[in-house]
Design a protein around this ligand. Structure first.
Ligand SMILES: O=C([S-])c1cc(C(=O)S)c[n+]([C@@H]2O[C@H](COP(=O)(O)O)[C@@H](O)[C@H]2O)c1
Ligand code: NI
Length: 394
């Protein structure tokens, strides 16, 4: 499987992304030619330059604004600009999808609907170039999956049109919901709303570590200078199809003196903080005492927060930790149209072949309750609808 892996140790912004893509081998002239399909082509000049940061040679993308503008665009204005272009449909849909996500994040922050949002900085010409450019890049590389590392957001405060904003800026924080982030490596904004939306929309998965066969590496240089190299690294790589082995961590504690009511409380906290799994095993401890082994599977980088939660919310005085390899089948979601409505179905893919599927339990249970049916009948109907929809032998 061909992938692009975003290594966001110093975050991501729209121009760092464009620079990294050209550095990875995308023809800069092709990218500029595609961007010139926008009706606002006379308002910008995009060019690329090889530069160094901390001795790392990479590509700096320059987006010069040619006309002074005070345009405060709404989502509909931007959708119109994109639709008026001669860009291919996939690029137009991706770019509009990213702007909608951005508008939803801004809407959440400013208490407005996405349509009512008055984009200022994030709707300026350079943001349109960065986002449409990102859509052109995704279309150009046409990889099977886009993966990314946890995202460094930086720290401190940033000056923007709203005034001083905490880093990550609120729109960035809203866009990064559900995405693993790291903060505080530098005093400044390493990830902007535009960078965040590229990952929030474009990345299929976020992983701490990855086994890959690297085919190319590109560095996109940022504008600011930090103590760390302000660059975005991207890899073009092959990963083995069907199975993915990731290094994760198991944290365990044996408990024999805890109020049973505390378990669900700590479990909820652990899941909220990003635990990948939490489970309990009955055990017999010394002196014949019955107890419970609490096991928490998590990303290695979440060790401290998980340990703190276990120490704070259980009676244990210590935990055991050990690295585990987690082998995952590739998954894809498909839909089954049943007589009671649509049901999502997870398909497990091994070495490129779909070999099993599982209807989403919550949706089947809701249908069973609403229609006074037994669950087996609902599962049978979903399975019937999927017959011939995917071929297990291919
Ligand atoms: O323009 C708007 S509404 C805006 C909102 C926010 C919020 O977090 S809300 C933040 N910013 C800042 O503007 C610059 C530009 O970001 P790009 O993504 O266009 O590079 C950046 O510092 C944002 O934090 C703008
Ligand atoms: Ni804003």
């Amino acid at each position: 499987m061909r992938i692009i892996y975003y290594d966001c140790f110093s975050g991501i912004s729209g121009d760092m992304n464009l620079g990294a893509m050209v550095d990875l081998g995308m023809d800069g002239e092709y990218l500029v030619g595609e961007l010139n399909k926008l009706s606002i082509r006379d308002s910008f000049h995009v060019w690329f330059e090889k530069q160094q940061k901390h001795g790392i040679t990479g590509t700096k993308a320059h987006v010069d604004q040619l006309k002074h503008e005070h345009a405060h665009r709404h989502l509909l204005d931007i959708e119109e600009i994109i639709d008026d272009s001669t860009l291919n449909q996939r690029v137009r849909e991706t770019a509009k999808g990213m702007f909608r996500l951005l508008a939803e994040a801004e809407g959440k922050v400013h208490g407005k609907t996405p349509e009512a949002i008055h984009f200022h900085e994030v709707g300026a010409v350079d943001s349109i170039v960065d986002i449409v450019g990102a859509a052109i890049c995704f279309d150009y590389w046409n990889v099977d999956q886009v993966l990314a590392s946890p995202v460094q957001v930086g720290g401190g405060f940033v000056q923007c049109a709203h005034g001083l904003m905490p880093v990550p800026a609120p729109a960035t924080a809203a866009l990064l919901e559900g995405i693993p982030i790291r903060s505080g490596l530098v005093d400044g904004e390493t990830t902007t709303p535009t960078g965040a939306v590229i990952l929030a929309y474009g990345a299929d998965r976020f992983v701490d570590s990855l086994q890959m066969d690297v085919k190319g590496v590109g560095y996109g240089l940022g504008t600011k200078d930090f103590q760390i190299p302000n660059v975005l690294r991207v890899y073009l790589a092959e990963v083995e199809e069907g199975v993915q082995e990731e290094a994760q961590l198991m944290i365990e504690a044996n408990l024999d003196d805890m109020n049973p009511e505390y378990y669900s409380f700590v479990e909820e906290r652990l899941f909220d903080a990003g635990a990948l799994d939490v489970f309990k095993t009955p055990i017999i401890m010394k002196k014949g005492r019955p107890g419970v082994k609490l096991s928490v599977l998590c990303e290695t980088s979440n060790k401290d927060i998980m340990t703190e939660l276990i120490f704070t919310h259980t009676t244990t005085l210590g935990v055991r930790t050990y690295p585990v390899g987690k082998v995952m089948m590739e998954r894809k979601m498909i839909q089954a149209e049943t007589i009671w409505g649509r049901v999502d179905v997870k398909v497990g893919i091994y070495k490129g072949k779909p070999i099993k599927h599982k209807p989403e339990y919550e949706q089947c249970a809701a249908i069973a309750k609403e229609n006074n049916l037994d669950l087996i009948r609902v599962y049978d109907e979903v399975n019937k609808q999927l017959e011939g929809k995917y071929d297990r032998t291919k």
